[in-house]
Design a protein around this ligand. Sequence first.
Ligand SMILES: NC(=O)c1ccc[n+]([C@@H]2O[C@H](COP(=O)([O-])OP(=O)(O)OC[C@H]3O[C@@H](n4cnc5c(N)ncnc54)[C@H](OP(=O)(O)O)[C@@H]3O)[C@@H](O)[C@H]2O)c1
Length: 348
Amino acid sequence: MESKRSVSFVHGKNALITGATSGIGLQMAISLAAMGANLIIAARSISKADDVVKTIHKSCPMATISVVRLDLNSFSSVREAARHIKATFSAVHLLVANAGLMVMGSKPQLTQDKFEMHFQCNYLSHFLLIRELEGLLIASAPARVVITASRIHSSGHIGFEDYNFTKPETKYGMMRAYAHSKFAVVLATYELNRRLSPHGVTVNCCHPGIIRSNIFTEFVPAWVACWLWPMAYPFMAPWMKTTKRGAKASLRLATSPEFEGRGGIYTDSSGDPVASSAPSREVKRQQDFYALSCLLTGTPEATQLPPSAAATAAADPAPGTAPLPPSAPVPEAPVPATDAAPLLVAPL
Ligand SMILES: NC(=O)c1ccc[n+]([C@@H]2O[C@H](COP(=O)([O-])OP(=O)(O)OC[C@H]3O[C@@H](n4cnc5c(N)ncnc54)[C@H](OP(=O)(O)O)[C@@H]3O)[C@@H](O)[C@H]2O)c1
């Protein structure tokens, strides 16, 4: 997986990662550190992050790792983390937006910012983090943003006029809300890429596969985790893959030279480009949703260029560096037959 060319692409580069305290993100962090990246682990629990640092240092004693506090349930925490990163690091070459959760319950749970929790934690806060750091990413170009989406996004295309599931006709369900958040991730990937790639920052997302991780145990009540889960696990295990396999697509998108300069791509769990759902590929929907996300996060719609780049662009807009016109089509990728096969386990 870790070819010499991929290693040379990330070696010595600053890689910011969310959700690295367990599961797919932890594996991703281990692999990136082994490839020589300078890790910036953004986590809500500093003690968990410190444990990750110790784990990585066991196999990779020379790894450079920093920890930043980031709680995706809070915009103020996201802004504080971004402020800290901008003040501490001169560059971020790779941003892996991987953290995510599933929340048990039949009613929507709200964050302190009053957003449905899946929507804010899995999507909106990552959107804010990317927007807050886009100037630094542009200044670090070529840079990559890799977001962990999910194949379940294809069942999540409910209207965004009711993102908090308050209307009776927008029935809340845990899986629906999770799918909705992943649909948001895919939809935003295309528009973020359209705006950032002319400045050397590509944005891609992937389905990691059905992976054995804490996401399946942390959202259920303790009795389910203790009794039901161990009973169901032997039946589900053959269909679930290791976290190493789960990190494959993200790692490929993050490090492989084949994705250099290529953005607006959704991949399957092998990292092969495939078509995301038809509604997620509607350009007008992507643009409207981008505008809504800016409104909800209080970020400006225009891309924030770093001061020197902004001055240069205004004086002399180089060919190919202007943002694409709104009507520019998003490139479609073919769906391989294997990815279209029906799933036996819920496509998280
Ligand atoms: N596992 C699958 O089959 C599967 C399939 C498709 C997509 N995904 C996606 O893959 C990504 C990684 O999930 P995983 O399977 O590796 O699950 P996981 O083991 O539960 O890891 C989730 C990570 O997200 C972090 N996180 C959760 N809420 C957060 C918050 N409010 N602020 C900051 N960090 C937070 C967790 O931190 P703590 O350690 O502090 O909880 C943890 O590091 C998620 O986006 C998930 O939706 C997973």
